[in-house]
Ligand binder design. Structure first.
Ligand code: ACO
Length: 332
């Protein structure tokens, strides 16, 4: 079952924030043995934003959250829950969401983080929709925020060319007159592949030590090509069956908001469905892979520039460390 039941829930407002500093492929050419051509051809990325030294994930999250609240016409005090999806929390604990709740002044809200790789945003949205649909919460702020540049080994060309920093935020509430609604969601994982993307040290398995520092075990490690193959194998049948159980044909989905990791992955999936690549919202050329923030940045830009119009249906989907993956169908 993937259809939401209970109260209808809709997207009340969306916002995004990216740091000012832009790091281009040409700059990366000076840092590691890579080329603009390789990065563009293999991923589609041209540049990414990098968080300022004095800022952290919670700062990016607060900026995006403020914009989403303003657009939703909601005061922070009216929030019941703040959920932050992130893989680069300010600290392992307290959760980043609690800092965001405090900084926003969302005095009546609870707060928790969702850490589920890049799919965290889809997991967080699903939890938020379910909580509102069941009547437990009324207004929820869901934020995907990352300062992954802090966890990247800038000498490792396998990872440093891929990621960027930023935050996107969605305010969810009960459906109002004229609103669209969240229709269905499906969340999956294959934990037997947990070693494909990891940050090996700093947790209880391998606490920080001189050895872990020397090994660079506090940086993101990724078996990129194995991730690529996993996603290309698992995502198309998953999305096909998600669409079937949600009662929509892939060809009738107006927009595909894919996790912005690699243009070749998005293009490959749409080709298999016989859907025009123009149905995908793509902004990874300007932001890189912003992990749990990526689909919110894409959705926000496409709503802001009028590409996505009222009444249209879209599938948001993501995949990432775990390996986790998931999808949500909604109408705006
Ligand atoms: N510049 C130049 N050459 C490079 C670079 C680079 N930055 N990185 C790797 N290479 C080389 C490799 O060393 C290899 O060389 P070799 O053939 O001499 O051994 C060659 O390029 C090909 O490497 P592959 O890894 O096979 O390249 P591939 O086509 O798979 O592209 C990429 C790599 C872009 C990482 C791709 O596999 C990918 O996008 N994977 C998915 C990553 C992803 O989506 N992650 C999302 C989750 S992130 C999260 O959850 C936090």
């Amino acid at each position: 079952m993937s259809l939401f039941s209970g109260k209808a829930v809709s997207l009340w407002g969306i916002g995004m924030h990216v740091p000012e500093r832009i790091l281009t492929n040409q700059e990366l050419e000076q840092m590691v043995d890579t080329s603009n051509e390789w990065i563009l051809e293999r991923t589609g990325i041209r540049e990414r934003h990098i968080v300022a030294p004095e800022k952290q994930t919670s700062d990016l999250a607060v900026e995006a959250g403020r914009i989403a609240l303003e657009r939703a016409g909601l005061a922070p005090e009216e929030l019941d829950m703040v959920i932050v999806a992130t893989n680069s929390p300010d600290t392992i604990f307290p959760c980043t969401a609690a800092k965001v709740q405090g900084k926003l002044g969302a005095k009546k809200a609870g707060a928790f983080d969702v850490q589920s790789g890049c799919t965290g945003c889809v997991y967080a949205l699903t939890v938020a929709v379910s909580g509102i649909a069941a009547g437990v919460w009324r207004h929820v702020l869901v934020i995907g925020a990352e300062a992954l540049s802090r966890l990247i080994n800038w000498q490792d060309r396998n990872t440093c060319v891929l990621f960027g920093d930023g935050a996107g935020a969605c305010v969810l509430g009960p459906r109002r007159e004229g609103d669209g609604r969240f229709i269905a969601a499906s969340l999956r994982a294959d934990g037997t592949k947990h070693d494909l993307i990891s940050l090996p040290a700093g947790g209880s398995e391998r606490p920080a030590s001189k050895e872990t520092l020397e090994e660079g075990a506090h940086f993101v490690h990724m078996k990129g090509n194995e991730v690529f193959k996993f996603v290309n194998r698992e995502l198309p049948p998953f999305l096909q069956s998600f669409c079937e159980s949600s009662g929509v044909e892939p060809g009738h989905v107006d927009w595909w908001i894919f996790h912005q990791a690699n243009w070749r992955i998005m293009d490959g999936i749409l080709r298999r469905f016989g859907v025009s690549p123009e149905r995908a919202v793509v902004n990874l050329d300007r932001y890189g892979n912003t992990s749990a923030a990526s689909v919110f940045l894409a959705l926000c830009e496409a709503l802001d520039d009028g590409r996505i119009r009222k009444g249209q249906k879209m599938v948001i989907n993501s995949f990432g460390a775990g390996m986790t993956y998931g999808a949500i169908l909604l109408e705006v």
